[in-house]
Design a protein around this ligand. Structure first.
Ligand code: MAN
Length: 522
């Protein structure tokens, strides 16, 4: 309940009489501020029950400028309740509902001026004029939808064709895939068979290689042993077969940091916790620590990389025995000499003619198998792409199907925006720099019947200290597909307006108009 001062009570009662006596001029008599749809709830012959059912009051309390109902329903024509609604008929234009707080506030809200009934002369009735303008606009919009709709029908036609073509392609590809897999299996079997023969023939060579490697390893091992023993003997000055601390103290090479003496730390580096070491220990553990120092001292040490580079110059280039894509015939022949070289640095060995022939055959079979495998992969990838496209929602009647991948640009003072439909949105600064992703195709996001009026592109580049950028694309009817505005209403949330004939659904437009008109009448 709202308390009013005595003066305002008086004013109110004058207005009350005014309001109650004068019903709005319209087909159905009803209190001021009441819409046609609610007229039956206000019967002058009955008590009035608040819409929320909390109170029933004599009908004379309706519009008495005193708020009796919590929901404000008893005061539609005064500003007594904070939450009531005033309905203006606006004959000649569109009816309107305004908060009752605006009644008699000195501002003309309704085009028929009925909200300012306390000072009837203060408002001019502009409904006819506004109505004329609105009707002209509606007419224009209706014509646009009509013209756009025929373009939309073409898009639907093309969209449906595209989809059925995709479906046909898919079933053809499924058939191709079965065939390609069969070929691949045949090629694989042949490859395995020829590789087995090749391996058999190469066995002899591999065994020879292994033996050669073993022999070289033996030689190397012996060389190390001789070298280490020779050095040990040199340092073991009393020739008792044991190297002591005092013996190494006089040998320069043990002076790791070259400060002129072999100190305790250096002795420990070589000897560990031992007081002395015998020849075996020297050979197996000390020599590997000492040799680099010795080489350095003799100027023989060179960093590993340098050594490798030098080697590369000396050695022949070695190819993998596996076939590489797009390999020429001549490369296969070279391999005959390279495979063995790869393993041992001896002058190249060549294979006997029969082995060469088997290697060529295996090589050829590998190449055919690789080709067959690639063909299967390509078919599978095409199948995936078509399936993904077939799963995409291109609108109620496929009107957006042929627009998939179409790109549109929009420039403002700072950026160039690019929208590629069903793909992604980007932003590029006009002062240079790369493209910033403002989102990838997500889903249709319009509400209710208008699902296909808004597109959502999500998961763009993350904003500094903020969320991932995202964009909504608002579609409206236009004879041409183009972007008409790009804004950033919230930081890193972009709004694009796109006009397109695909959004010119004539029948939906008419339905919506009718719905609106019947709603307006209420
Ligand atoms: C860039 C642009 C802007 C965005 C800011 C956020 O400057 O992507 O649109 O608002 O980053 O830091």
């Amino acid at each position: 309940m709202i308390n009013l001062s005595w003066l305002s009570k008086l004013q109110s009662s004058i207005l009350v009489t005014f309001s109650l006596v004068i019903f709005v001029l319209s087909d159905v008599p009803r209190p001021r501020g009441v819409s046609l749809s609610k007229a039956s709830l206000y019967s002058p012959t009955k008590d009035f029950t608040c819409f929320d059912g909390t109170n029933t009051i004599p009908f004379s309390y309706v519009n008495d400028d005193y708020c009796d109902c919590f929901d404000g329903s008893d005061e539609p024509g005064t500003s007594a309740c904070l939450n009531s609604i005033f309905h203006c008929t606006n004959a000649g234009h569109r009816p309107q509902n305004i908060p009752s707080s605006r009644v008699n506030d000195g501002i003309c809200d309704c085009c028929d001026g009925t909200d300012e009934y306390a000072a009837p002369d203060s408002c001019t009735n502009t409904c006819e004029e506004l109505g004329r303008e609105a009707r002209a606009q509606a007419q224009q919009l209706a014509e646009l939808h009509k013209a756009g709709n025929s373009l939309r029908l073409e898009l639907i036609d093309r969209g449906n064709k595209k989809r059925s073509e995709m479906a046909e392609q898919l079933s053809q590809l499924e058939k191709d895939k079965v065939e390609a897999i069969q070929i691949k299996e045949e090629k694989e079997a042949l490859k395995n068979e020829l590789e087995a023969k090749e391996n058999e023939a190469l066995k002899v060579y591999r065994e020879a290689e292994d033996k050669e490697k073993e022999r070289k390893a033996e030689i190397e091992k012996e060389q190390v042993l001789n070298e280490a023993t020779e050095q040990f003997n040199k340092y073991d000055s009393d020739k008792d077969g044991v190297l002591t601390m005092s013996e190494i103290k006089v040998v320069n090479v043990f002076d790791k940091n070259k400060d002129g003496e072999v100190d305790q730390e250096e002795i420990q580096y070589f000897f560990g916790e031992n007081e002395s070491i015998d020849k075996d220990t020297f050979v197996t553990s000390v020599w590997s620590l000492l040799k680099p120092l010795l080489m350095m001292e003799e100027g023989m040490f060179r960093p590993e990389q340098e050594e490798q580079e030098d080697h590369e110059d000396d050695l022949p280039q070695v190819e993998e025995p596996q076939d590489m894509e797009g390999e020429e015939e001549s490369e296969d022949i070279d391999q005959h000499e390279l495979n063995v070289d790869d393993q041992i640095d001896e002058p190249s060995k060549t294979y006997d003619d029969e082995t060469k022939r088997l290697m060529d055959e295996a090589s050829e079979a590998r190449r055919h198998y690789n080709d067959a495998e690639r063909a299967v992969r390509e078919i599978e990838s095409n199948i995936r792409t078509i399936q993904q496209n077939l799963e995409k929602d291109y609108g109620l009647n496929q009107e957006f199907a042929t627009m998939d991948g179409d790109c549109f640009e929009y420039e403002d003072k700072e950026y160039v925006y690019k929208l590629c439909l069903f793909d992604r949105v980007t932003q590029k600064s006009r002062n240079g720099g790369g493209e910033v992703g403002l989102g990838s195709w997500g889903e249709w996001a319009g509400e209710g019947d208008n699902k296909y009026s808004i597109m959502k592109y999500t998961n763009g580049v993350t904003c500094w200290n903020g969320p991932a950028r995202m964009t909504t694309v608002h579609l409206s009817c236009g004879l041409e597909s183009k972007l008409t505005s790009v804004t950033e209403p919230f930081r890193c949330e972009y709004k694009i307006d796109l006009t397109t004939p695909a959004a010119c659904d004539d029948s939906q437009f008419i339905q919506q108009q009718q719905k609106r008109e019947s709603h307006d009448e209420l």
